[in-house]
Design a protein around this ligand. Structure first.
Ligand code: CTP
Ligand code: CA
Length: 226
């Protein structure tokens, strides 16, 4: 009877992963959000955990079960996600921002259910803070990995985000690709590095893809990871 000795390159390292959408409240019964299912982020957490990491998953509201051994922090809004991520950042080795953070939130949260009125047909919004950009500015030794879901020119927009947010890698996907996207169990992505490499991954289950993404990144980073 043998015990399986697994490959655990992330043993002793803290990996922080965000997943799912955020919800920005309008009033007690309504919110602004997006179609993120959280599946890719949860798959990234499962892969990090398998590779031996102390894995912290900061999750927006999703209907998924937390992978065994993963420490979860549940959040609702972009502001709550910001606070949770910042609180976990300093001693993290790797941060993966898979969450689909709302870019706008209602300017006012109403305590009571809003009533419709004639002529009152505009909901005032304001921008949320860009969590990943803040992390990029404060980066010390952390390896910072972003995601970008696009509907057109995924590589071009991905490269711009990699630079403007000071990332080490960005994983881009075209959500209109039939092999993946929101809610799907499979995904097809390209991994872009700050050195300008573009590594394509064919359509495959999100959990398998997450493992391959970590393996590829770890191969490139083995000497540098703190
Ligand atoms: N992101 C974030 N905080 C925000 C918005 C985005 O941390 N307020 C992160 C996402 O988690 C993702 C990356 O930034 O890892 C790219 O998100 P994306 O929505 O593709 O890019 P944006 O910079 O928001 O640009 P746009 O939505 O206009 O394409
Ligand atoms: Ca956005």
């Amino acid at each position: 009877h043998f015990t399986k000795v697994s490959y655990q390159p992330l043993r002793g390292k803290k990996v922080v992963i965000t997943a799912g959408p955020t919800r920005e409240r309008i009033d007690p019964v309504r919110y602004v959000s997006n179609f993120s299912s959280g599946k890719m982020g949860y798959a990234m957490a499962e892969a990090a955990q398998k590779l031996g990491a102390h894995t912290v998953l900061i999750s927006g509201p999703v209907e998924l079960s937390v992978p065994t051994g993963v420490h979860v922090i549940h959040v609702e809004s972009a502001a709550e996600m910001f606070d949770a991520v910042i609180s976990q950042y300093d001693d993290a080795s790797i941060v993966v921002k898979s969450a689909a953070v709302a870019d706008y939130r209602p300017k006012n949260i109403h305590d009571q259910k809003m009533k419709k009125k004639d002529g009152d047909d505009v909901l005032e919004l304001e921008r949320t803070t860009d969590i990943l950009k803040t992390l990029g500015k404060r980066k010390e030794n952390q390896l910072l990995i972003g995601f970008a879901a696009e509907t057109t020119d995924a590589i071009g927009y991905g490269q711009k985000k990699l630079e403007s947010k000071n990332l080490d890698y960005i994983i881009v996907n075209d959500v209109t690709d039939p092999g993946g996207g929101f809610g799907s169990d499979t995904n097809v992505v390209t991994l872009l590095s700050r050195e300008g490499e573009a590594i394509p991954f064919s359509a495959m289950p999100k959990v398998q893809l997450a493992e391959q993404l970590f393996e590829t990144i770890l191969q490139q980073e083995s000497s540098k990871l703190h």
